[in-house]
Design a protein around this ligand. Structure first.
Ligand code: ATP
Length: 598
């Protein structure tokens, strides 16, 4: 009921009014019938009462017609507000570690107000159904008063079976929903196997590996596992319906028969009997059970949201103001220091970083190299404030990162993550997302595309900048790995042009061919005056362009210097570089030629 606040006072008041008219209509109609029959029997004036009766029926029809749209409006307003609140809640937390927990991710899924299976309902649907149920109970109370006015025992005689049937049906219905929920995991398995066989991306492998019919069998097996308990429960409840009919039907038939029998054949008697039959029948109708699905189906989402509100840090989602537009930064590049930083991932006992000291200096191209799993990407996650060091501290221009406004800091950084996101959006939006919260400047998007050579790719797209980057979207295209890498590099360039002053690139060119990579790095080197740069790459031949190279091993920096200094030190870096150079000379096209002019 509390979520109704998000529906807005006026829409909820209108909905309540319409629901009241609908809910009280059966009892009112019954009373009107009684009044009309009495008038007819007494041969009194009937024109006005008939007109009033017609108006009442019309009002009832109008209310019925308006009910759907009014409920839809309130539902959508509540659900829209919930989606906005959830996005803010999830994006407001400074660090990403909480969201990495599977339990939290499940809470976010359930709280999303976007049902994924038939028994899930949105908070808006739950709230309007709850309101409707209250009004229906009010209608039942009025109908019960009408019955009592005829004979005191009639109200309980009709109400008790009606409430009994409601609770029995409701219980059976909820059991079915629970079975649905229990079968969800098996259902997901069945769905996964089905998709594996028929969807394009997965289907490529199912065809070449030849496991199509096996996937069909697995899918059918899981589907049957999921459906069997439901069939059993469904059959059981159908077989039980005669018991319900007996419990409910017999007293009702007796009550109604008594009323008809006691009606003395006079006009007044018939009128009262008509009113009683009408009210009694309306009680049965009003106490349906389908609201159980709308209300109970919405409860998990509402609870999940409340838990997220309690668990996710730093979220204030009560207000409905627009996202704050980010302040433009510009200015100079920051000096970042990692001072004795250690880090362990939550739930993982091993130290990834162990007393790391590192300086990222303004106007310098710093390269971080190291073997797989050395912790390079982890440094980026700490630098961007997605995680907090477990020991030590990170400072930005001398200020502890934990004490700075993290949003403001993130406006100063432009990052290309190794596992960047391929947004299924037009190419223009894919770039503009790189610096959110400020008005998009088309000229800067185009300029960034020229920096990376993306403009040439865009020129070849069917709808230019408006082309969606996913074949699943109408008119969309799938880009190659290298082309996507140009898109994300352009995204980062756009952020730089908008005002970011530290460019962080984690394996930004792994998919680029040698020539494209070479061009990109020369472009980057030219930007050094404008921004600090951190580059992570396994291709040491490009890393050698850096002003300073640090080698990460065992959670610490073990070697540091220019390419020439590290080579003459003949340590691990020199070893790795020599191995890569030899591979290239043997024909492995995974790096620039040692002798290529840089
Ligand atoms: N979210 C996470 N939870 C737990 N452990 C993680 C998580 N992310 C990374 N790790 C672990 O932390 C270690 C460092 O990972 P990281 O991605 O920083 O290495 P990397 O040097 O970037 O490796 P690569 O060169 O392969 O990209 C690895 O052992 C990895 O398994």
């Amino acid at each position: 009921m509390r979520t109704l606040r998000d529906g807005g006072v006026a829409p909820v008041a209108v909905l309540l009014g319409i629901q009241l008219v609908s809910g009280l209509m059966p009892a009112t109609t019954a009373l009107a019938v009684k009044f009309l029959v009495e008038r007819l029997a007494a041969r009194g004036e009937t024109t006005l009462p008939l007109l009033a009766f017609g108006a009442l029926i019309l009002l009832g029809r109008l209310a019925q017609t308006a009910l759907g749209p009014a409920a839809y409006l309130v539902t959508q307003r509540i659900d829209g507000a919930r989606r906005r609140q959830l996005i803010r809640l999830v994006t407001a937390g400074a660090t990403a570690d909480v969201l990495e927990r599977p339990a939290t991710r499940e809470l976010v899924r359930v709280a999303r107000a976007d049902p994924e299976f038939w028994a899930e309902r949105t908070p808006g649907e739950g709230a309007t159904a709850q309101l409707d149920l209250l009004v229906r109970w009010a209608g039942v109370a009025v109908s019960a008063v009408v019955l009592t006015s005829f004979a005191w025992w009639l109200a309980p005689f009709v109400l008790v079976p009606a409430v009994a049937i409601r609770s029995i049906w409701r219980r059976q219905f909820l059991e079915h929903i629970q079975l649905e929920r229990d079968g969800m995991v098996t259902g997901i398995e069945a769905e996964h196997w089905k998709r594996t066989a028929i969807e394009w991306t997965d289907g490529k492998e199912s065809r070449t590996f030849g496991f199509g019919s096996w996937a069909v069998d697995r899918s059918r097996h899981h589907a049957l596992d999921m459906l069997r308990p439901r069939w059993l429960a469904g059959t059981r409840s159908v077989l039980e319906q005669w018991k319900i009919a007996a419990v409910v039907g017999v007293p009702l038939v007796i009550a109604f028969a008594l009323v008809v029998w006691r009606a003395d054949g006079t006009g007044g008697g018939v009128a009262s009997a008509a009113a009683v039959l009408g009210s009694g029948w309306s009680i049965l109708n009003l106490l349906g059970f389908t609201d159980a699905l709308d209300i109970e189906g919405a409860v998990p989402g509402v609870r999940a949201f409340a838990r997220l509100m309690a668990e996710l840090p730093g979220a204030d989602v009560g207000t409905d103001e627009l996202l704050k537009s980010g302040d433009k930064h510009g200015g100079r590049a920051p000096l970042v220091r990692f001072e004795g930083v250690s880090f362990t991932y939550p739930g993982n006992g091993q130290k990834v970083l162990d007393g790391l000291d590192l300086e990222v200096r303004p106007g310098e191209l710093l390269a971080i190299v190291g073997l797989n799993g050395a912790g390079k990407t982890t440094i980026i996650k700490l630098l961007t404030g997605l995680y907090q060091p477990t020991e030590g501290r990170i400072t930005v221009d001398g200020i502890h990162l934990a004490d700075t406004d993290i949003d403001s800091w993130r406006r100063r950084i432009s990052v290309v993550f190794q596992d960047f996101v391929q947004y299924h959006l037009p190419v223009f939006d894919n770039i503009a997302l790189g610096y959110g919260g400020v008005p998009v400047t088309s000229s800067l998007v185009h300029a960034a595309a020229r920096d990376t050579g993306l403009d040439v790719i865009v020129a070849g797209l069917p709808d230019g900048w408006h082309t969606p980057l996913a074949r699943t979207r109408p008119g969309g295209v799938d880009l190659s790995g290298g082309q996507w890498q140009k898109v994300v590099l352009t995204r980062a360039m756009y952020a730089l042009r908008q005002g970011a002053r530290l460019l962080v690139l984690d394996e930004p060119t792994a998919h680029l061919d040698v020539r494209a990579e070479f061009e990109v790095f020369h472009g980057l080197a030219a930007l050094k005056d404008r921004a600090g740069m951190v580059l992570i790459s396994h291709r040491l031949s490009t890393v050698r362009l850096a002003d300073r190279i640090v080698l990460l091993d065992g959670g610490r920096i073990v070697e540091s210097g220019t390419h020439a200094q590290l080579m003459s030190a003949e340590g691990l870096y020199a070893d790795l570089f020599t191995t890569q150079a030899e591979r290239f000379n043997q024909g492995f096209n995974d790096q620039l030629d040692e002798e290529e002019p840089v």
